[in-house]
Design a protein around this ligand. Structure first.
Ligand SMILES: Nc1nc2c(ncn2[C@@H]2O[C@H](COP(=O)(O)OP(=O)(O)O)[C@@H](O)[C@H]2O)c(=O)[nH]1
Ligand SMILES: [Mg+2]
Length: 202
């Protein structure tokens, strides 16, 4: 897919304010600092479309972008930010939960995981809940440029060992780097293919 246009549409704290669900939609989520804003900018080839911030946990909003006037890209609040209080953390999860169950046009959720880290509690909790919700998702391992190819492979293997405790067939996975552009074509191809399955007015 060639990105011809990418524009910010609206930020919301509640799912009710989100655009009418008339276009296919893809949301991105992960722990704060996982590289979500960087990945969104890489996909859209627009530096500064999603703000990359050195202050993790700042984005508490559902941010809609429209790509090629054809599909929505959604930047969801990060989760598992250690310095946020418990109330703030559960607030993030409430928004996210309402969003996930309230968008009939949500085609896929991309769950970002830092490839350098062992399975983190916040990710495990989120993935289990997601598994129960039945929403299709793809795991995107981020920051692959920070490790050697071999280290990436062995960390992904560790992750899959964890996933197989709960999934007979581990969910689809893409390895990415916003530095090198790894994973960009694969993610955009996935979206392009999945867009064809969208049926409006479900
Ligand atoms: N080396 C490397 N650094 C990255 C990558 N993605 C993000 N970062 C860095 O990780 C930090 C957090 O990135 P950001 O996109 O703001 O994460 P977010 O909090 O998930 O939106 C920033 O310092 C980025 O420059 C990547 O693919 N490779
Ligand atoms: Mg961010």
């Amino acid at each position: 897919m060639i990105i011809k246009s990418a524009e910010f549409v609206i930020s919301n704290t509640k799912v009710e304010g989100c655009p009418a669900p008339v276009l296919p939609e893809y949301a991105f989520i992960g722990r704060s600092n996982v590289g979500k804003s960087s990945l969104i900018n890489m996909l859209a080839s627009r530096n500064g479309l999603a703000k990359t911030s050195s202050t993790p946990g700042k984005t508490r909003l559902i941010n809609h972008f429209i790509i090629n006037q054809e599909w929505y890209l959604v930047d969801l609040p990060g989760y598992g930010y250690a310095r946020a209080g418990k109330d703030t953390r559960s607030g993030f999860m409430k928004i996210t939960g309402e969003y996930i169950s309230g968008r009939p046009n949500l085609m896929n959720l991309f769950v970002l995981i830092d490839v350098r880290l062992e399975p983190q509690k916040a990710d495990q909790d989120f993935l289990f809940k997601l598994g129960e919700s039945g929403i299709p998702f793809v795991i995107v391992f981020t920051k692959s440029d920070k490790l050697s190819k071999n280290q990436v492979q062995s960390n992904v293997a560790v992750y899959n060992k964890f996933l197989r405790q709960y999934w007979e067939e581990p969910p689809p996975q893409i390895i990415s780097s916003s530095e090198t552009g790894q994973g960009k074509d694969e993610i955009l191809k996935f979206i392009e293919d999945t867009n064809r399955l969208f049926k409006p007015n479900r």
